[in-house]
Design a protein around this ligand. Structure first.
Ligand code: AMP
Length: 419
C-alpha cells in the first residue's frame, strides 16, 4: 500500500524551494536592516503556555491544537503560533535585561487542526516579528512599516489593503466587551451557533464572524473604537499620524478584532483581495497583556505574523530566472567520466557550481541536461580529445565553442565570467 502524507500538511518540493528560500532571504535581509535578530523556539511547548497565552474560549485552544501527553504526564502542544513561545523565551532568558526594547523575528512551521482548504493548512509557515518592552506608538508604526515594506517593497505584491483598528486595553476593554455582549444578548436568536457560545466567552469574536445573520447584527453593534478610553484614543491617533508620516496607506476597519485574547489597542491586518476566501496575508497588533499572562511583570509588546503560503500564492510572477552559471562536464566513455569527476571535485572545492552525468547517458542526453540546469559553460570531453589532452569548451550564452588544453584547465576555467 502506498502511504500518503497528512491532509493539510503539504510537501515543499525541490522545484518550489528556490522561491521559498528567496522569500526567506529577503525577509532576513530586511529585518536585519531594522535591527531585528532571529529567534528559533522549539516546535512544541507545554500546552499550558498556549492555554494561558492564547486564551480559553478561542478557536485555537478549543479545537485546533495538536496536543499529546509526553511519556510521563506532561501535556505538550505543537505550536499553533509564535508569539506565546517568544514571550516564554523572553522571560525564561531574561531578555529584558539585554535591552529595553527586544526586537526579534522568526520563520517556521505552525500547526493548527483547521479544516483544510485552499490557503488554509494544518501545517503552515509564518514570518513573525515581535518588539517587546515599549508601549510607544512609534513602535506600532515601525512594526507596521516593516510589514508594509516586506509585502509591497520587497515581495512586490500588488493591490494590498492594510486595515487598522484599536480594540482598547485593560482599562476600557471590559466596558467595550460589556456593551457589546449586552447588545448581542438582546438579539441572540439571530446569532449563529458558534456566536451563541462566544457571547459569554469572547463576545469580541462575534465581530469577525462571517455568518450573514451575525454580520447584520455587528453592523449596528457598538464599535470598540467608540468606547476607547482617553489613553487608547490618544495612542491610536499617534499611530495613525506616524503612518501618515511614513506614507503607509491604511483604512480604518472598525469591525477588525484579532482572534487571540492577548491583543490590546492597535490591531491590523493585511488583505490580498485577489486571494478569495482566505485572503488575510498577515495580522498583528499590540499585546500589552501577554507577558503578564505567561508569568512576567506587565510588559507592553507589539508584533505581527505573515502566512508564507499565502505570500507564495500572492507573488505576482515567478521571480526572474537566475542568470546561467557554473559548468556541466559532458563526457564520452569511462576514462573521460573519471577525468570529469576529478575535475569537478577540484572546481567545487573552489566554490564553482559543477554538474555532470553519473549514469552513462548519450552526449545528446547530457547536453539536454546541461540546458535544463542553466549552466553557463559546457565542457565536452571525448575519448579522442582526451588522448590529445584536449576538450571542447562551449559558452552557452554566446553559443560558441573552442578547443581547450586540459593541462591548465582549472586555472583557465576559474578565470571565466559566470563560473
Ligand atoms: P494568525 O496567527 O491567526 O493571526 O495568522 C496570521 C497569518 O497566518 C494569517 O494572516 C494567515 O496568512 C496565516 N495563517 C493562519 N492560519 C493559517 C492556516 N491554517 N493556513 C495557512 N495560513 C494561515
Amino acid at each position: 500500500m502506498k502511504l500518503k502524507g497528512v491532509r493539510g500538511a503539504p510537501d515543499l518540493l525541490p522545484q518550489e524551494s528556490a522561491r521559498w528560500q528567496s522569500i526567506e532571504a529577503t525577509t532576513r535581509s530586511l529585518l536585519q536592516r531594522y535591527g531585528y535578530a532571529e529567534i528559533r523556539t522549539p516546535v512544541f511547548e507545554r500546552t499550558e503556555l498556549f492555554v494561558r497565552g492564547i486564551g480559553e474560549g478561542t478557536d485555537i485552544v478549543e479545537k485546533e491544537m495538536y496536543t499529546f501527553t509526553d511519556r510521563g504526564d506532561v501535556s505538550l502542544t505543537l505550536r499553533p503560533e509564535g508569539t506565546a513561545p517568544v514571550a516564554r523565551a523572553y522571560l525564561e532568558h531574561q531578555m529584558a535585561a539585554q535591552s529595553p526594547l527586544v526586537k526579534v523575528f522568526y520563520l517556521g512551521p505552525m500547526f493548527r487542526r483547521e479544516r483544510p482548504q485552499s490557503g488554509r493548512y494544518r501545517q503552515f509557515h509564518q514570518i513573525g516579528v515581535e518588539a517587546i518592552g515599549s508601549d510607544r506608538p512609534a513602535v506600532d508604526a515601525e512594526v507596521i512599516d516593516i510589514l508594509w515594506a516586506l509585502m509591497v517593497e520587497e515581495f512586490r505584491i500588488p493591490d494590498l489593503q492594510l486595515r487598522l483598528n484599536s480594540i482598547g486595553d485593560a482599562v476600557c476593554r471590559p466596558t467595550i466587551r460589556d456593551r457589546l455582549s449586552r447588545y448581542m444578548a438582546n438579539r441572540s436568536s439571530t446569532l449563529c451557533q458558534d456566536c451563541q457560545g462566544r457571547l459569554t466567552r469572547n463576545p469580541l469574536r462575534i465581530m469577525d464572524c462571517k455568518q450573514p445573520g451575525c454580520q447584520q447584527l455587528v453592523a449596528e453593534a457598538p464599535k470598540p473604537i467608540d468606547g476607547l478610553c482617553d489613553a487608547c484614543a490618544i495612542h491610536f491617533a499617534e499611530v495613525r499620524d506616524l503612518l501618515d508620516l511614513l506614507k503607509i496607506p491604511y483604512t480604518i476597519d472598525d469591525r477588525l478584532v484579532r482572534g487571540l485574547e492577548y491583543y490590546t489597542k492597535t490591531a491590523f491586518e493585511v488583505i490580498n483581495p485577489r486571494l478569495g476566501a482566505q485572503n488575510a496575508l498577515a495580522g498583528g497588533g499590540r499585546y500589552d497583556g501577554l507577558i503578564e499572562m505567561v508569568g512576567g511583570s506587565p510588559t507592553p509588546a507589539m508584533g505581527f505574523a505573515v502566512g508564507m503560503e499565502r505570500v507564495m500564492a500572492s507573488l505576482p510572477l515567478a521571480p526572474e530566472e537566475s542568470a546561467l552559471h557554473g559548468i556541466y562536464v559532458a563526457t564520452i566513455g569511462q576514462e573521460a567520466q573519471r577525468m570529469g569527476m576529478g575535475l569537478l571535485q577540484d572546481l567545487r572545492r573552489r566554490g564553482v557550481r559543477g554538474l555532470m552525468d553519473l549514469e552513462t547517458r548519450s552526449l545528446k542526453g547530457q547536453m539536454r541536461q546541461a540546458n535544463k540546469e542553466r549552466v553557463r559553460y559546457c565542457l565536452i570531453v571525448g575519448e579522442e580529445e582526451l588522448r590529445r589532452g584536449q576538450a571542447m569548451l562551449r559558452d552557452m550564452v554566446k553559443a560558441d565553442q573552442a578547443p581547450v588544453e586540459l593541462d591548465q584547465i582549472v586555472e583557465r576555467l576559474m578565470g571565466l565570467e559566470g563560473m
